[in-house]
Design a protein. Structure first.
Length: 276
């Protein structure tokens, strides 16, 4: 049997992120062969993943960041089972490494992100490896991105809520960009403007409005008109540009942006929050 030194264990730990004892056991089992040891650790992750496949991974982190030129932003969600692991330094490091790679490659889909490698290992395999190391079900469950003239990111304290906001203009006061990213976090709009709302959402709101009016005993010939009125309220409360600005409710977001620059607007946004 090969002699396993502390330096060998440390080297494998650096390669995989596994614990010292796991690395030592893997090297002993592989008779000192590093490639085989890495495969042993990976297979352990697969075995744990299989055993925990039916577990709920409702905790985790939501992270968002932009490239240095601030023209591309990524948002990722890496889930785990417990809040304890969500706050683990190695778990957060994995999430940040994934986000770094998404930004470096300017990835545009979750599947492409999973198939991207970190140090020669596909991200989807890297996640499985960590399942064996951490001992919980992990899942890279969501990925969003924004491309724009300027992209601003916001992570709410606790790493459970993050947003990205894209704008049509650069060179605006950074506070303005931040205000909009935080507005999206606080008010959870469904679209930028009323013309961007999906028809299925409009139909659902109209049906809800009619049903509410019907329950209130309103005559049938007025149901459509009442529902349209409720739809208008929905647009005001749920579309970003028409929402009241949380820092100054006397103006809408559209009015706030116009007061800064008449041509300034939001071109896209991403928002994700873990269920409380």
């Amino acid at each position: 049997m090969a002699t396993i030194s502390a330096a060998d264990v440390a080297k494998l730990r650096k390669m995989t992120g596994a614990g010292m004892m796991d690395c030592k056991q893997a090297l002993n089992e592989a008779n000192g062969d590093f490639d085989k040891a890495v495969e042993i650790i990976r297979k352990k992750g697969q075995a744990v993943a299989s055993k925990r496949a039916d577990r709920e991974a409702g905790e985790g982190v939501v992270l968002a960041r932009t490239t240095e030129d601030e023209k591309f932003g990524s948002l990722i969600v890496l889930n785990c089972e417990t809040d304890f692991v969500a706050k683990n330094a190695d778990f957060e490091k994995l999430a940040n490494n994934i986000l770094d790679k998404a930004l470096e490659k300017r990835i545009e889909s979750l599947e492409d992100l999973k198939k991207t490698d970190i140090d020669g290992v596909l991200i989807e395999e890297k996640v499985v490896e960590q399942i064996g190391i951490i001992g919980e079900k992990l899942e890279l469950s969501y990925y969003g991105f924004i491309k724009a003239e300027h992209v601003h990111s916001y992570i709410h304290p606790g790493n459970r809520l993050a947003t990205l906001a894209g704008f049509n203009k650069t060179g605006i006061d950074m506070q303005v960009y931040k205000d909009i990213a935080m507005q999206i976090a606080a008010m959870n709009p469904v679209a930028i403007d009323k013309d961007d709302v999906k028809q299925e959402d409009i139909d659902r709101e109209l049906e809800i409005g009619k049903e509410q009016a019907r329950r209130e005993g309103k005559p049938d010939n007025l149901l459509e008109k009442i529902a349209m009125g409720k739809l208008g309220k929905f647009f005001k409360e749920s579309t970003l540009l028409n929402q009241e600005f949380v820092k100054d409710t006397k103006q809408t977001i559209k009015q706030y942006l116009g007061s800064v620059d008449k041509e300034l607007t939001v071109t896209g946004f991403e928002r994700y929050t873990l269920n409380d």
